[in-house]
Design a protein around this ligand. Sequence first.
Ligand code: ADP
Ligand code: MG
Ligand code: ZN
Length: 486
Amino acid sequence: MTNYTLTYGNGKYEAVIGLEVHAQMLTESKIFCGCSTTFGSEPNTQTCPVCEGLPGVLPVLNKKAVEFSIKTGLAMNCRISRQSRFARKNYFYPDLPKAYQISQYELPICEGGHIDITVNGEHRTIGITRIHMEEDAGKSIHESGSNYSLVDLNRTGTPLMEIVSEPDLRSPEEASAYMKKMRTILRYLGVCDGNMEQGSLRCDANVSVRPVGAKEFGTRTELKNINSFKFVEKAIEYEIKRQIKVIEDGGKIIQETRLWDSTAGVTNSMRSKEEAHDYRYFPDPDLVPIEVSLEWIDEIKSGLPELPDKKINRFMNEYSLPEQDAEMLASESALSDWFENVVQAGGSPKAAANWIMGDMTKLLNEDGTAIEDCRLKPSMLADMLRLIDKGTISGKIAKTVFEEMYKTGKDAEAIVKEKGLVQISDSSAIEQAVADAINGNPAEVERLKAGEEKLLGFLVGQIMKSTKGKANPGMVNEILKQKLGL
Ligand code: ADP
Ligand code: MG
Ligand code: ZN
């Protein structure tokens, strides 16, 4: 048991958070018909009588959706149900043509797992209550200025996983770390693209507060419409503060659903528990119970990739990387593959990690390129690191070379030659530059000799400037000290 708690309201309260995450599965076709799941097509071009909910049709389960759910359950340490079943969740909404959603209720495909997270160096285990499969609804389109709504059924029947956590999270930061870890795992598995902005990964947050030390949970509210990691934190933080204020003012929290308004940065009441739907769940008579064989589970298990936590540990042990570096590199499998290719091509792990987390990430973010698509290849970074080690280029020049490699796809040696970037390691040339700096800055030289040590850096800077950053910094320091008799 960890004694970790984050307190609010002068240390009097503790927050309790549980997340319900919806992940769109990356199957090619829908969960109960053969229609395509491709995003962004003309409205209502990817529909058929099944996903349009016409009477008399029969759903047929997509095996891939079951496989993806089992895969996810295994990666999140769940028990896989040998027997599971679909249920009808009944409610009326224009984008739900059957007036029920096919979901799972009392027999979900996965139960009882966990995900491990790290926040500020603290490790915590967050329980997963269940993972169930269900179909997505369509999309209502409200055009501004019109007095009607349109419905696009392309998304109807897209397979979803709903992943429900235990109320184990204790702060907004933990909630967002949990979401990020979940996204990483889903992307490693290739079962969901994890795009929150486009809605393929969505999250409802259940939030309550209680006095520190209390055993019972407080009354919770459920927050909807959270569509980025930033908003996961912001919405929960706002809600914790709001609830504490209500309690401190002598009020009571009512169980309700609240909508996060990202523009105003507040949550607003949407419906109370009294207005909540009674979904009248019952087993779907059109779908036979799902039976999963042990052989199939074993087969899926043996096909799992190395998962993020294992990779983080391996990177720390095998490459002696700090935990934060290992975590950052393992956050995307494409990133960690790229890193390992640099190491395989002879680059030192720590240097490779620094270049990837620094200059590389910055450049990729600037032009929105994925690391696997960029012109700069891992072996090119390894070559550049060799040039630094040999003293051909300085670390400073390397920044220019790196950016040039990234932009042009040319290798380091060609760029160094073409731009005349070879480091000056010729002592007579450096001596000349040192002499110029000493003669050009007599006042600074005096003060340095009188003990103002930081002026050594100033003089080194002048020399680097006059040599356009090309002088070997080690030699500059040595020769300068020697000339000044320091
Ligand atoms: P429902 O089906 O009505 O949404 P569940 O019991 O399935 O209710 O819980 C949904 C989510 O709410 C779960 O993630 C759970 O961990 C979380 N939860 C339950 N009670 C609380 C509470 N008091 N405070 C915060 N989260 C809670
Ligand atoms: Mg709920
Ligand atoms: Zn269809």
